[in-house]
Design a protein around this ligand. Sequence first.
Ligand SMILES: Nc1ncnc2c1ncn2[C@@H]1O[C@H](COP(=O)(O)OP(=O)(O)OP(=O)(O)O)[C@@H](O)[C@H]1O
Length: 303
Amino acid sequence: MSSADLVVDVHDLRMRYGDTDVLRGVTLRIARGEVLTLLGPNGAGKTTTLEILEGFRKRSAGDVHVLGRDPERADEDWRARIGIVLQSWRDHGKWRVGELLDHLGRYYSPFSSPERPRPYDTGELLELVGLSKVANRTAQRLSGGQRRRLDVALSLVGRPELLFLDEPTVGFDPEARQEFHDVVHRLADLDNTSILLTTHDLDEAEKLSDRTVVLLGGRIVADGSAAQLTTQVAGRAEVRYRCGDQQLVHSTDDVTAYLRDLLRQEPEVEILEVRRASLEDVYLEMVREFDADQTPDLTVVPS
Ligand SMILES: Nc1ncnc2c1ncn2[C@@H]1O[C@H](COP(=O)(O)OP(=O)(O)OP(=O)(O)O)[C@@H](O)[C@H]1O
């Protein structure tokens, strides 16, 4: 990957609060258009990492480049290219949703370019986040889920190249969550937006991201697509099927070969199901091993 394709390039990032080392050498790269989920238990240092990359927190050591710049020394021009979900608009609850987006969007006009027109057209943005019907409602009269969508809309108003989302779907109902997932997919596909998100929802990580990294003990202990992590860390899959009146279960690490033989030898097979370990199974196993003070199975998949 050339450095021009990298939106985030972090090497040996360290963060110490008092005498506690929270990040102990994080190395992480994110490519343009990539959606990456950062997983880790409470207190692992996810928010700290995001805040360092956003330029809101000074790191203790390490090299950090975001959109080619060191966030600690970046200017307004750089800031206009990243999207952060803030809740500061909540001081402006009397504004109507559409007007608030129009108003804050004006800040981004000087940073517009032919490839990336800024700001986002308000109508399009309202449509994208599913707030068109409440465009004329004041922000303070929105429901909790709608407020969260407005948070996201405001982070997108400058059509960011890189978007940071810290636990974006907390408090969403299943439908809002699904709609939000569609927004993330559209941003990555249509606008080539790179997205770094944190979540505690493993299903969400699996559905949304191209890559998942797991932060444990201040380091990244696994890095790969959900499929890579589940196959390489968990390995075997379970095949269940019914044959006559028998229900059978077989564990294998070569599902394709096993199924080929099975179907040749047992034409009566029905209700066939293949189950691989989910990302959640793999992640919980890593955390359990870590908590038990064992070295987790450090499978690092080269990106
Ligand atoms: N300003 C600070 N001063 C001292 N310690 C801090 C500070 N900010 C965070 N910490 C500590 O650093 C650790 C990592 O915190 P951080 O918020 O980055 O974790 P997290 O992975 O985002 O957790 P969560 O999943 O609970 O949001 C925690 O132990 C936290 O108490």
